[in-house]
Design a protein around this ligand. Structure first.
Ligand code: IMP
Length: 423
């Protein structure tokens, strides 16, 4: 079995969903390995926009199996909403969508705990999507979680009640005024669990093991981005899972030896949603233009994304941590019209010029050092071939390839499937 990984190299929202959708016809299985409904993967084709949160981005292709792996956390309520949307579009997912028994469940009280924890932090809040991600992974590593496989056991509701009761005492421990109607939340939750149980639950590591024997191909779809990784991201302003390559092994039960290509996805500039350091963030007209042209609003929360120049120091770090073999540059079209573009090539870190990502990238420690590039004015969105791209953009691409020593194989020039240039 060949497993290729597809990962975001920045702070998420790089456009992974679009590329998974574009590449799905080359694979038998598309597998999500971490994260949960904090993700918002946007796909555009046939004039329609689709946003997926937990369901893998291969779901619109008839022949691919879509696996929600053991490393994912699932909120039945949001999952049901995703299924309802697919139903309304006539997508037949019953046979193609499979769920690992070892994936953990997000309970209504996990969401409440997330809200209470964030509210108690005041200005130091993470800027979480409030989907219950952190509390659910805490219960997983604390060995208290409820897994999909538990739903097949008779006593699962008792297990649920014990955990929800514990969560309620924890919520009251926070000194915040959180209004909620648990009965209402639970009735919605139990309804959604019924729908979830109509899907196929599997021992996914065994499934992938058999797929390996049968020589099937797998694309492992990452969520969020490398700089949000619980270990390697800008802690504590991160998510609660390993978003980097190693997370695919633990989140699916595949061996490192079966991984072949590692596709690293990055935007031609940088965005971040939520709190945390962002050395190349722009507060001027350039930042506003990127946000406007790039429609930089979160697909999950609708929050405006912070925008800035491309940070090569951070990108280099992400390529190293993930072992990226091929790069894909997204949203090149958004940079059309900028007279001059900048790439941060090193940091002035406490008076010293460095090229690696240090432990602390808070603005008082780090000042970005930029290389300037001539911009381009051409509209890229209808371009189909590498040879049509403006010379200034080719220079921008080749500069990155030379610096990173990794080829940029795809340049995306718009949200639609078709607006994808292979190099
Ligand atoms: P959480 O994972 O919802 O707890 O959020 C933690 C941090 O990760 C916050 O800054 C979020 O804005 C960010 N985050 C989580 N998921 C995504 C995503 O899919 N795209 C971009 N940022 C995300």
């Amino acid at each position: 079995m060949a497993v290729d990984l597809l990962l975001g190299l920045q702070w998420g929202d790089e456009g992974k969903g679009k590329i998974v959708d574009v590449l799905t016809s080359n694979y038998n299985i598309i597998a999500r390995f971490q994260g949960g409904p904090n993700a918002g993967h946007t796909l555009v084709f046939n004039g329609l926009k689709h946003v997926l949160h937990t369901i893998p981005s291969g779901i619109f292709h008839e022949n691919a199996k879509n696996l929600v792996g053991n490393g994912v956390v699932i909120d039945p309520v949001i999952f049901k909403k995703e299924l309802d949307k697919l139903d309304s579009q006539g997508v037949d997912y019953k046979k193609s969508l499979i769920i690992s028994r070892k994936a953990h469940l997000i309970l209504p009280t996990h969401r409440l705990l997330d809200a209470a924890s964030e509210a108690s932090k005041g200005k130091a809040k993470i800027g979480s999507t409030l989907k219950g991600i952190g509390p659910t992974y805490m219960d997983k590593t604390g060995r208290n979680g409820i897994r999909i496989g538990d739903l097949e056991m008779e006593n699962w509701k008792q297990k649920y009640r014990n955990l929800a009761n514990k969560h309620q005492s924890m919520i009251s421990f926070y000194d915040v005024d959180l209004q909620y109607d648990l009965e209402e939340l639970e009735s919605e939750f139990f309804e959604a669990v019924k729908i979830l149980k109509s899907l196929e639950f599997i021992d996914s590591e065994e499934y992938l093991h058999q797929a390996e024997k049968a020589n099937k191909s797998v694309l492992a779809e990452g969520a969020q981005g490398s700089l949000l990784d619980i270990d390697f991201g800008t802690y504590p302003f991160v998510t609660s899972s390993n978003t980097t390559a190693a997370g695919a092994c633990t989140g699916l039960g595949i061996s490192p030896g079966s991984v072949q290509e590692v596709f690293g996805i990055f935007k031609a500039y940088t965005t971040r949603v939520g709190s945390g350091p962002f050395p190349t963030e722009l507060f001027d007209e350039n930042g506003k233009t990127m946000a406007r042209i790039g429609c930089e609003f979160g697909a999950t929360t609708g929050r405006p994304r912070r925008c800035g120049w491309l940070d090569l120091v951070a990108l280099r770090y992400a390529c190293q941590v993930n072992g990226v073999t091929q790069l894909m540059m997204m949203k090149a079209d958004v940079l059309s019209g900028f007279k001059t573009l900048k790439i941060c090539t090193s940091y002035n870190y406490k008076g010293e010029v460095i090229e690696h990502l240090p432990y602390n990238i808070d603005s008082e420690n780090v000042e970005p050092i930029y290389t300037e590039f001539e911009g381009w004015s051409e509209d890229l969105t209808a371009m189909e071939k590498d040879s049509s791209l403006p010379v200034s953009l080719i220079n921008y691409i080749e500069f990155l390839e030379n610096e990173l020593k990794i080829p940029i194989k795809i340049v995306s020039v718009g949200p639609d499937r078709k607006q994808t240039i292979f190099r």
